[in-house]
Design a protein around this ligand. Structure first.
Ligand SMILES: [Zn+2]
Length: 244
């Protein structure tokens, strides 16, 4: 498997996976670990085993919530817990990896390396409008993080030029200053809105990294729901606090 490293903090692993396929029009072709978007068990389970091998941990130590475009944030204290209707997770457990699946939505990884608290969030347009990024920071603070220590990075997601929306969606992003109205239809800059949400929660701008690439502009590297439909694979973005 191939990854793009995020955060760049010693003692913390954080990355987004590359799809790495020669057949980008086939919706599940490439590396994908998502279990609930129509992929075959054999495929996503094989990818999960590859991921566990890459991380050098058992597959049971990798936590994936069942995402539903909610704004619900859960604290992970037990790696066996089921996490239905959950779009962000935080933990202070060492060695446990938190995984978020996306295909155009914004994946966010966060860490307070001093207090040893990490988080991962899925911020699509609904989640972003509902401030899931700020809610994730607040939940990290509940378990010991300090906003001023938090470093955040966004993984690959849809860029402003690719994200043409209707007015009913755009209206939610005026408060973030994230709507481009220079073309016939509005275009929303989701990463800009996520950065504003994080800043509102006390994370300083210079500690926020913007996405490394657009998911829709790079079909061989990333899954894109706008290109493939929602019945497709997902890019994994993951964060893990080392247990050594
Ligand atoms: Zn794009």
């Amino acid at each position: 498997m191939k990854v793009i490293d995020l955060l760049g903090i010693p003692g913390i692993t954080a990355f987004s996976t590359l799809r790495d396929t020669d057949s980008p029009s086939e919706p599940y072709s490439g590396f994908s670990t998502c279990s609930y978007t129509g992929d075959s068990y054999a495929h996503y389970d094989g990818c999960r085993k590859e991921l566990a091998g890459y991380l050098g941990i058992s597959a049971g130590k990798i936590v994936f919530p069942h995402q539903t475009h909610s704004v619900n944030v859960a604290v992970v204290t037990d790696t066996d817990a089921h996490l239905p209707d959950t779009d962000a997770i935080v933990t202070a457990m060492r060695g446990v990896a938190l995984g978020i699946h996306t295909a155009d939505c914004v994946p966010i990884v966060l860490a307070d390396p001093e207090s040893g608290v990490i988080g991962a969030a899925h911020s699509g347009w609904r989640g972003t409008a509902g401030d899931i990024a700020a809610r994730t920071v607040a939940k990290m603070v509940e378990i010991g993080a300090k906003p001023g220590n938090i470093v955040a990075a966004m993984g690959p997601c849809i860029c402003r030029d690719c994200f043409e929306v209707g007015e009913e969606v755009a209206v939610h992003f005026n408060r973030f200053g994230a709507v481009d109205r220079s073309r016939s239809k509005p275009h929303v800059d989701l990463p800009l809105a996520v950065a504003a949400s994080l800043e509102n929660a006390g994370v300083s701008r210079e500690r926020i990294s913007m996405p490394p690439a657009c998911s829709r502009c790079n079909p061989s590297d990333f899954f894109s729901a706008r290109r493939l439909g929602t019945a497709s694979g997902r890019t994994l973005t993951l964060v893990q606090l080392h247990d050594y």
